[in-house]
Structure formats: structure tokens, C-alpha cells
Ligand binder design. Structure first.
Ligand SMILES: [Zn+2]
Length: 472
């Protein structure tokens, strides 16, 4: 184990924190009607009514007519519903689910839970945009709006009516909240491109990472891990609730992590200088669509680590590992594959759970470290991929690197990237990897240009702030 991996000991380390009840998935979904009790980092008794913990405050505004957009910004000064308050024991898990104040408690608890997870991966406290501004982050759980967004000093959520006619507030949708926190993490860690440094792939990356923040954070609920193993029989190759992100009902979801999107299909997508997406194909695609190949490649890599963990633990039969199979043989053996997994789960459940947690933490940690190392200016998926592979190598994942490379290349994401100064060699994946690392070393050795340009910040926020206006 490497020094990087040792830092993971800090993850899930909020023993003694304050209890909240959270819905890991939308409560209207079959099987998810009961919340799970989690602990968040502030000790019991330190969270004031709101909830308000000194950094974040929920303000449950009454009839807030519109979402914030510059120059309309926090703090909210209108009438508000009564704040959620801790019980005599300092915890917030006593609030009935049908009490209005549960909405505020759920929103705060979700945001703080996600922050705790990613501060664990990052090994440090996250600076929300710029702490020198002394912002208190405002969380607004109910805006008349069918969307959710994060901006400078706030996260606010509306809601949406699903196909079966039920109104679902996004403040109860952990996926949506975690996605918005994901955007704020990226603004803090990767930064905002300066003038002329913004690329379409930076915006696609934002959406992809925010989806993965949601997906990996969801995997920190014990009930989710149990349900996932049960529902899939331990076979994560099948479509499951985990890889459907932002799910609103059992039949409609906002995006699918386990997708087959390819960069070639998105090659015509353009971003104008003022942030408008142009899709010559007429499909109206934009950053969320550009995110799909990257999300897919990383999700496939998570499954790779998971599957590797199962094999390493010796709990699948020798011929039960589909990695390396041809597409035809996988298709022909789907039923047998499922039976083998289910048989092994019944005998070795704990090992399946361990493998899943291991895969979750390798990916989460690699993403967090990658954000810290990357520059927002002239961002490319290729540059991200090289950094990701480099970190995985540092973490001792050499045995899976060729498969990771294939996952990215299968989506048309070249590890060379458009910023490379020469073409990658048309050789084996192992050789291509060594070449890519050499390129990366050279790039890191070069001096970095200054990246901070306050004038462009509001503009980039504006391009991100339409996160859930996606057709379902
Ligand atoms: Zn988004």
C-alpha cells in the first residue's frame, strides 16, 4: 500500500458525529421509502437551528419566486418557515418525515454527508469558493423551479413532477444534492478557467464528475451497498439503480452512468464564446451529453476494480471472470455469469461488500487527487485521463491499468489528448501508457500559467447553472 492509499483511513471517520436521517434515493422509488440514519462530522450540540453549522445555513424560504441569478444573490431576506432544530440529545433524527422541517434537515444532512466523504478523499477541508469572503453558504430547499443549482454562496433546489404525477422536491433527492455539491468541489479544487481558457470538455468534465460524486457518495450508505449486492446478485455489469443517476421513478432517470456514449458521436458539438451549445445534429445536446463518455469510462473502471477484487479474493470460479471475454461470449454467457455471481454472493457476501467498498474508494480517491492536480485552463479529457492513470499506478493498480486504458479508448477518449505535442505511438496499451506518463511528466515540469481571472468566473458559473434542465 502506498502513502496515498493510507490517507483513505480518514474516510467514513465521523464516529461521534450528529445523526440525520437521509433518503439514499428518492423516497418514492420502490424499496427506498425508509431513510437511513447517518452521522455527519459536527459533534452533537454544535449545529444550531436551521440547521446552521457556522459554514452552512438552511433557509426554508416561503414562496421564493425565482432562483438566484446575479445580481439577485444571498442572503435571502424574505419570510421563511421555522428552522429545523436538534432534539435534546443534539441530533436531528427525531424530526418526523412528514414535518416541513424534515426538508431542511434532509438538505443540510445530505450536503454535509457528501462534504465529509470528499474531505476524507481529499485529506483536507474544502474551501467553498473563497473562504476569505467569509460567506455562509445558504441552502434553500424549496424554490418554484424544476431545477437545482449551486453558485457562489448557495445551493438551492426546486422540484419536478414525475411521469406518474407525483411532485418530488429535489431537497429529498440525495443524487441531485450530491451532484450540486460535486460542482462546488470542482470549483474549489480544479478552479475556473481564465479568459480564453474555457473548453467544452471542462464543462463536460464538471457534469461527469458531479454525477460521479453523486454515485460514489450514494455508495456510502450501508443500505445501498446491501441492496445493490442483492438486486444485482453481485454482478455490476447489469443495469442497476446505482448507475442510474438522479432517478425520479423506477422507469425514468436523468442520466445513465453505464452508457455506451462515444466521443465520435459528440464530435460536432460546439460551444460559442458566450457559452451557448450548438448541436448540428439537432438533438440539442450539451455539457451533460459530452460528460457521458467520461462517466461511462470511469464507471467501467470501477467495475473493473470490483471484479478484480472478487477474483483476487478467490470467490468467483476460475471461468467466472468475464474480463477479457469477447463481446459475443459475454452476450452468450449472460445467464451463466449471473448464476455464478449469485451463487458466490450466497457464500461470500462480506467479500462482495469489501470489493465494492474497495472499488468505490479507489475511484473516489483517484478523482479527488486528480482534481487537485489538474488545471482548469485548456482542460481536456485526455489530460484528465493521463492524470487518473498516473494516480492509479501510484495506488498500486498496475494490474488494472491496461483495462482502464481500454475503457477510455473504447469511448474515443485518447490518453494523448488534444493538448499533446505529438501523436501517441500505435503500439500496445502498456507502451502507450509509458509514453503517456512521460508526456505528463514533461507537462508538469513546464511552468503553469496563472489561472485566476475573476472576470470570467460569473460567466462560467452561468454555464454550469442549468444542471438538471435535462429531459428525462
Ligand atoms: Zn450539473
Amino acid at each position: 500500500m502506498t502513502a496515498l492509499w493510507d490517507r483513505l483511513d480518514a474516510v467514513d471517520g465521523v464516529v461521534g458525529g450528529t445523526r440525520f436521517r437521509l433518503f439514499p434515493q428518492m423516497p418514492s422509488l420502490q424499496g427506498f421509502s425508509r431513510p437511513e440514519t447517518v452521522r455527519v462530522s459536527p459533534p452533537p450540540g454544535t449545529i444550531a437551528p436551521g440547521p446552521f453549522d457556522g459554514a452552512m445555513r438552511v433557509v426554508d424560504a416561503i414562496d421564493k419566486p425565482a432562483p438566484y441569478t446575479f445580481p439577485y444573490m444571498p442572503p435571502y431576506r424574505g419570510p421563511a418557515y421555522p428552522p429545523a432544530e436538534a432534539g435534546p440529545d443534539g441530533h436531528f433524527d427525531h424530526i418526523p418525515l412528514d414535518d416541513r422541517r424534515f426538508l431542511a434537515a434532509h438538505m443540510y444532512g445530505s450536503v454535509r454527508f457528501v462534504l465529509d466523504i470528499w474531505e476524507g478523499y481529499l485529506g483536507k477541508t474544502i474551501d467553498w469558493y473563497d473562504p476569505r469572503d467569509r460567506f455562509v453558504i445558504e441552502l434553500v430547499p424549496d424554490v418554484a423551479w424544476d431545477n437545482a443549482h449551486a453558485g457562489v454562496g448557495f445551493i438551492e433546489t426546486g422540484g419536478r413532477t414525475s411521469a406518474d404525477g407525483e411532485y418530488q422536491p429535489f431537497a429529498l433527492n440525495f443524487d441531485v444534492l450530491a451532484h450540486e455539491v460535486g460542482h462546488t468541489l470542482l470549483f474549489s479544487e480544479v478552479g475556473i478557467p481564465g479568459s480564453g481558457g474555457l473548453t467544452p470538455q471542462y464543462l463536460g468534465f464538471h457534469e461527469s464528475m458531479s454525477d460521479l460524486v453523486a454515485l460514489l457518495s450514494t455508495l456510502h450508505f450501508e443500505t445501498i451497498i446491501d441492496d445493490l449486492i442483492d438486486q444485482t446478485g453481485g454482478n455490476l455489469y447489469v443495469l442497476n439503480f446505482l448507475n442510474r443517476i438522479g432517478e425520479l421513478s423506477n422507469s425514468e432517470q436523468i442520466r445513465i452512468a453505464s452508457n455506451d456514449a462515444h466521443m465520435e458521436d459528440l464530435a460536432s458539438l460546439r460551444l460559442t464564446a458566450d457559452g451557448e451549445w450548438i448541436d448540428p445534429s439537432g438533438q440539442g445536446r450539451k455539457s451533460h451529453d459530452l460528460a457521458q463518455p467520461l462517466t461511462g469510462a470511469i464507471f467501467d473502471s470501477l467495475v473493473e476494480i470490483y471484479q478484480d477484487g472478487l477474483v483476487r479474493r478467490g470467490i468467483l470460479p476460475r471461468d467466472g471472470d468475464p474480463r477479457g471475454w469477447t463481446e459475443d461470449s459475454v452476450t452468450a454467457s449472460l445467464d451463466r455469469l449471473q448464476q455464478m455471481h449469485e451463487g458466490a454472493v450466497s457464500r461470500h457476501r462480506a467479500a462482495f461488500i469489501d470489493s465494492l467498498i474497495e472499488a468505490r474508494d479507489y475511484i473516489g480517491f483517484a478523482l479527488a487527487v486528480a482534481w487537485h492536480r489538474l488545471d482548469a485552463d485548456h482542460f481536456s479529457f485526455g489530460r484528465f485521463t493521463r492524470t487518473f492513470l498516473e494516480i492509479m499506478a501510484d495506488l498500486g493498480q498496475e494490474q488494472n491499468l491496461p483495462a482502464f486504458v481500454e475503457n477510455f479508448q473504447a469511448r474515443g477518449i485518447g490518453i494523448a489528448g488534444p493538448d499533446a505535442t505529438q501523436d501517441p505511438p500505435p503500439r500496445s496499451t502498456a507502451y502507450a501508457l509509458r509514453w503517456a506518463w512521460a508526456q505528463n511528466q514533461r507537462r508538469q515540469a513546464a511552468s503553469r500559467p496563472p489561472r485566476d481571472d475573476p472576470d470570467s468566473h460569473a460567466e462560467v458559473y452561468g454555464m454550469i447553472n442549468h444542471s438538471f434542465r435535462v429531459e428525462v
